[in-house]
Design a protein around this ligand. Structure first.
Ligand code: PEP
Ligand code: MG
Length: 847
């Protein structure tokens, strides 16, 4: 071969067929490129020249070789063979392999393929024809590796100078498009797409999931390996970028020459477009300005909308000026470091040491030399600073993810955080952009518990989510923070403009998006009444909650940290009925050790005092409560999976560390341990034995062990559990979801998950009856304990302890003082006979 000529040997033996005669328009019309076909008589595909394997299709029927002189040779065995998904093909090489002419590339089973596919005709195509000045083809029969198939006279590659640099500043990006082709973008649709793209001057990229490919290169498109239903978008730069995006969007939606009318992806798309029907059970608003939601936390908030989005950061893969990109990255890292330092100092000043430490650790990650060096290398190779940084951090993450360790998992979460912080700097998304106005009502699809906990309480006065329900954890936090909240609101709320004035009524479950002055005045009056009622109750917060016929009901608090414990005491709590221990660790990157945990429990106990009960619930994660340092494999049904006590029973060493830490707070308060989500007696016995062993080891005695009753099986078999447990606390949030088989955070079902459903009330009665047989007491720590409508019913059913959200305590106590046990019992009798939750609520509202 001279420098200007490349000779390709026949990769298979057989009869040479001109490409125009191949019964597939993609090849025949040379959409993939110029080339030739062979109807094979051999079953081995050999290298036609020396070069490097740059691509093997996942279906193993096609391979691309990059010759040493830069020519891309695609060899495609058979027609429609992508459908065989690799069956009948055995590649002998891998991507990246260097091969010599005559080396075996793919062995194939001709009989099998001939039966299943349209044809065995094997195409040999030059996909970067712009580098070839002339082709010379052979004809007749050829013998693999011996006979020359084609001779290429190489031409000068197209000069990039021809590209209109000025036009490159114009960028157009399509919407995300779902691929309708049943076998994705394989050779044929890739060819059609590239052919369409080549019509335009613009530089065009196809993007999928952070990866991009040159839309004019068939090989690059095939390399993306885009599958049915995956989402892609087109990014075009140049004067005709608009036209390119329009034309290519249409071409992709139309299937790129394939019949996609019956494809599941088009059905998915269609079904998305179908207008959602209104449920037969839907509660609709007659006023278009009032959006209905689930009353997740009481109170009225009049403020302005802030749409909280967990934004997707997007960026180009390539950049022109490496020096500029490198210095942009250094600057971005520097600014991110400065931000972190400011945050750390602020949190330290606020006494929030554990969070301050997280941000200190993030600064260290920013200085990780391996990440920076790797990113610099990628920038040198022509990548943009954002792409290089993202890739470099994610390569580290991949390495860490291969290590099965809880500690490492926390570090992965930190790296993600640090990665995004720098990306935001690079993309010009400053934190100042998200600075909140005073009286902000946060609107979001959903809020994670840590999102909720991190809300700026000086600015945020309420929130609205389209997902979640009254017992979702975000709602629980909202109640504990005394923030009015709505859940399950129509997703239209996400389109409300920033800064729009809205009025949220957390009791009525409404969001008025165009309140008149008159309506605002009326709501302000209602708000005032609520405040006065609360203040009056608060003035008597420390009085005992004794019914007017003399029965003491213990009113205690649900808390998640030391601050809550202090607040609880101020609000008149007689102790703590539920310390949600998982809330203590939601922001931790790694599991706190026994000493650290013991210190927190002791601080909480000290905030209460040695005469007050402190019921610590062991870690209750899983379901809707993820814990960063505890990676959980994805589950089909997380609420029915490894959740609650099951986490601890399956990781006894972790449970043991926590139990020992809790026990070490013994004496600082009247300490009790409670297990979440007990469903069977063996679970209780195993967990209890662990506590007894650790207590014996620490020389501690007299610590009561109780259980949450939140699974119907436990309520039904209550008397057996009562023989083992010292007390019960009913988790009405979960008991309701499990009794009604409705996910407590489900966007469509959430509003029906009502603890006042008579089915749930009957389970409560069963629990109390079983406990009474062994003289054990029963409390309620679910949301129903803070619901003023539910409280008299619970008392009437025999509940003697109510563990409430802190702000609700004074009013619950006041209500108890105004009730009589006898009346509550009569009321309970009545509600148990009701057919549904609406009937119960209607009856209670008449009282
Ligand atoms: C409950 O299920 O009612 C409960 C108190 O537990 P949590 O809400 O934390 O799941
Ligand atoms: Mg629960």
């Amino acid at each position: 071969m001279s420098a200007q000529v490349l000779e390709l040997k026949a990769p298979v033996s057989g009869v040479v067929i001109p490409l125009e005669q191949v019964p597939d328009p993609v090849f025949a019309q040379k959409m993939v490129g110029e080339g030739i076909s062979i109807d094979p008589t051999s079953q081995q595909l050999m290298a036609p020249c020396d070069g490097k394997i740059i691509q093997i299709h996942p279906a193993k029927h096609a391979v691309t070789l990059l010759s040493d002189c830069g020519i891309e040779v695609l060899m495609h065995i058979g027609l429609d063979t992508v459908m065989l998904k690799g069956d009948g093909f055995s590649p002998a090489v891998a991507e990246g392999d260097q091969v010599k002419q005559g080396d075996l590339l793919i062995e194939f089973d001709a009989d099998k393929i001939a039966l299943a596919a349209r044809s065995l005709m094997t195409e040999i195509i030059i996909t970067n024809g712009d580098k070839v000045a002339r082709y010379q083809f052979t004809s007749g029969n050829v013998v693999a590796t011996r006979d020359t198939l084609m001779t290429l006279q190489l031409g000068t590659p197209e000069s990039t100078d021809e590209i209109d640099q000025e036009g490159l500043t114009k960028e157009e990006v399509s919407d995300w498009i779902s691929i309708p082709n049943p076998t994705g973008i394989h050779a044929r649709p890739a060819a059609a797409l590239a052919a369409e793209a080549k019509v335009f001057q613009a530089r065009i990229q196809l993007e999928r999931d952070g990866q991009t490919a040159d839309a004019k290169s068939v090989v690059a498109l095939m390399g993306l390996n885009v599958k049915l239903g995956e989402k892609v978008r087109i990014v075009a730069k140049g004067r005709d970028a608009d036209e390119a995006v329009d034309a290519l969007t249409t071409a992709i939606c139309d299937g790129l020459g394939e019949d996609v009318s019956a494809s599941p992806a088009s059905q998915i798309e269609e079904s998305i477009e179908v207008e959602e029907e209104v449920s037969l059970l839907a509660k609709t608003s007659s006023d278009p300005n009032i959006m209905l939601g689930i009353a997740a936390s009481p109170g009225i908030a009049i403020g302005t909308v802030h749409q909280l989005q967990h934004e997707q950061l997007t960026f180009d893969e390539l950049a022109n000026n490496s020096d500029a990109e490198r210095s942009a990255l250094s600057d971005a890292i520097e600014r991110a470091r400065a931000d972190l330092k400011t945050l750390q100092t602020k949190l330290q000043a606020e006494g929030n040491i554990s969070n301050a430490e997280i941000f200190a650790a993030h600064q260290e990650l920013l200085e990780d030399p391996a990440i920076f060096q790797q990113a610099k290398k990628a920038i040198k190779e022509g990548k943009s600073a954002s792409y290089a940084w993202h890739k470099s951090v994610h390569e580290q993450i991949k390495i860490l993810q291969a290590v099965d360790s809880d500690v490492i998992a926390g570090r992965v979460a930190d790296l993600e955080d640090v990665c995004n912080r720098v990306l935001k700097q690079l993309l010009g998304i400053s934190e100042a952009d998200t600075e909140l106005a005073t009286n902000t009502i946060v609107v979001a699809e959903d809020l994670t518990p840590s999102d909720t906990a991190n809300l700026d309480r000086t600015k945020v006065i309420g929130f609205v989510t389209t997902l979640g329900g009254a017992t979702s954890h975000a709602a629980i936090l909202a109640r504990s923070m005394n923030l009015p909240a709505l859940a399950g609101v129509d997703p239209q709320v996400l389109t409300l403009e920033e800064g729009r004035q809205v009025v949220l009524d957390g009791e009525a479950g409404t969001l008025n998006i165009a309140a008149t002055d008159q309506q605002i005045e009326a709501l302000k009056a209602k708000q005032q009444q609520q405040v006065e009622r609360q203040q009056k109750a608060k003035a008597h917060a420390h009085d005992l909650a004794k019914t007017n016929d003399g029965h003491h009901i213990e009113v205690v608090a649900n808390i998640g940290n030391v601050k809550d414990a202090v607040e609880a005491v101020k609000h008149g709590a007689e102790g703590v009925g539920l310390l949600r221990s998982e809330f203590l660790y939601l922001d931790q990157a790694t599991e706190p050790n026994e000493d650290q945990q013991a210190q927190v429990y002791t601080e909480i106990a000290d905030a209460l005092g040695s005469d007050k009960p402190l019921i610590v619930r062991t870690l209750d994660v899983g379901g809707d409560k993820p814990l960063p340092y505890l990676p959980m494999p994805a589950e089909e049904n997380p609420f029915l999976g490894e959740r609650g006590i099951r986490i601890g029973l399956n990781r006894p060493s972790m449970l043991k560390r926590q139990v020992r830490a809790i026990l070490r707070a013994h004496g600082h308060a009247k300490l009790k341990i409670m297990f979440p989500m007990i469903a069977t007696l063996p679970e209780l016995k195993a967990a209890k034995q662990l506590v007894q062993e650790e207590a014996a080891d620490l020389g501690i005695s007299g610590v009561e062990v109780g259980i949450m009753v939140e699974v119907p099986s436990t309520a039904v078999l209550s008397e057996h559990f009562a023989a083992e447990a010292d007390f019960f606390s009913i988790g009405t949030n979960d008991l309701t979801q499990y009794a009604l088989a409705m996910d407590r955070g489900h966007p469509k079902l959430g509003w029906q998950v009502d603890a006042l459903d008579p089915a749930v009330l009957r389970l409560i009665k069963l629990t109390v009856d079983g406990a009474n047989k062994h003289g054990k007491w029963v409390g309620v720590c679910g949301g129903a304990a803070s619901d003023l409508l539910a409280v008299p019913v619970l008392i009437g059913l025999g509940i003697t302890e109510l563990s409430c959200s802190v702000p609700a305590i004074p009013e619950v106590k006041e209500l108890i003082r105004n009730s009589s046990l006898a009346e509550c019992q009569a009321l309970a009798e009545q509600v148990l006979q009701q057919p549904d939750a609406d009937a119960v609520r209607a009856l209670l509202q008449q009282q």
